[in-house]
Ligand binder design. Structure first.
Ligand code: ZN
Length: 302
């Protein structure tokens, strides 16, 4: 029996969490709930769908939430006040603040419901650590009664920024909102800010089992990276390692925040990482200024 009951994937967007989540979902003890922080908002949004392709009320898994949605999710503003930077600051410095008790109660109920319906002991929450969810992991640990294990997934910021310059933001791509200006600079600042927040959380809560994985190492040698997760969380990863080695197609299951193309069933793609892409000089300058120390720490030369 593992010592954790919730795996939280922390880090900035486009760090490879979809591939890692789809792999972990193959474990018979793990249910990949995806970006669970957005369940309440996504459920009611007409243009949002579960990773299975169905809208939430029609999905074979999330459809069971119909009728319980009010008891098991929180109004968006209420949840944000605990999980965004305001709540994160309060969690780091004190602990108790307005709404923290109600938040904790609701999260305990939601995670119990998930374990019962999915019939697994471990829930995977891939909400990560950008602005809206930076405090979520600490809130689930301190207020929500979850036995967390954190995987901090980091990726070469040059690749992340390049992806934002070339493609824009996920939320715009998926029709959440209009594209914002300066996506590359926003991503450079966002990468620095989110990963620094994860570093602060680890210092504030050293009792949480924690493992940092570089995306580039994960795709090159998933077996040894998953062995690190197995040892830290006391969770047998051999079935997943075997599925990856056999090129078994991994499907997207029923996870929040999905879109059909990202979650199309496919084997885990093992490959040598691409060389770090070049960036315009002003993007590089922002990265060096804001995140030079973190880049060196994670092995990405600034
Ligand atoms: Zn579904």
């Amino acid at each position: 029996m593992s010592k954790i009951d919730t795996i939280y994937i922390a880090g900035y967007s486009r760090c490879g969490s979809t591939a890692l989540s789809m792999a972990l979902d193959q474990h018979t003890d793990i249910f990949n709930a995806g970006e669970l922080a957005f369940l309440g908002a996504d459920y009611k949004a007409e243009h949002r769908a579960c990773s299975c392709g169905e809208q939430y009320p029609d999905c074979a898994f999330w459809g069971k939430l119909e009728g319980h949605l009010k008891e098991l999710t929180l109004p968006t503003q209420f949840q944000k006040a605990v999980e965004d930077r305001r709540g994160f600051r309060a969690l780091l410095h004190s602990g108790a603040f307005e709404n923290s008790e109600a938040y904790g109660r609701r999260m305990k109920e939601l995670f119990s419901w998930l374990r019962e319906e999915a019939n697994v002991p471990v829930i995977l929450d891939a909400s990560k650590s950008a602005r809206a969810t930076v405090g979520r992991a600490l809130a689930l640990h301190r207020l929500g009664g979850q036995q967390l294990g954190i995987i901090h997934l980091v990726r070469d910021p040059c690749a992340t920024v390049r992806s934002y310059i070339d493609n824009g933001s996920n939320w715009a791509l998926e029709g959440h909102k209009a594209a914002l200006p300066l996506p590359g600079l926003r991503a450079a600042v966002g990468w620095a800010w989110a990963n620094r927040a994860v570093e602060r959380m680890v210092v504030a809560a050293p009792e949480i089992p924690f493992v940092r994985i570089r995306y580039e190492d994960l795709i090159e040698d998933p077996k040894s990276q998953l062995t690190r997760v197995a040892e830290k969380f006391e969770l047998d990863m051999r079935p997943i390692q075997a599925a990856i080695a056999d090129h078994t197609p991994l499907d997207g299951g029923h996870s929040v925040g999905g879109n059909r193309t990202r979650f199309a069933a496919r084997p885990f793609e093992m490959k040598a990482p691409d060389p770090s892409p070049s960036l315009p000089p002003h993007h590089m300058a922002v990265l060096r200024l804001m995140a030079g120390d973190l880049m060196r720490k994670y092995g990405y030369s600034p």
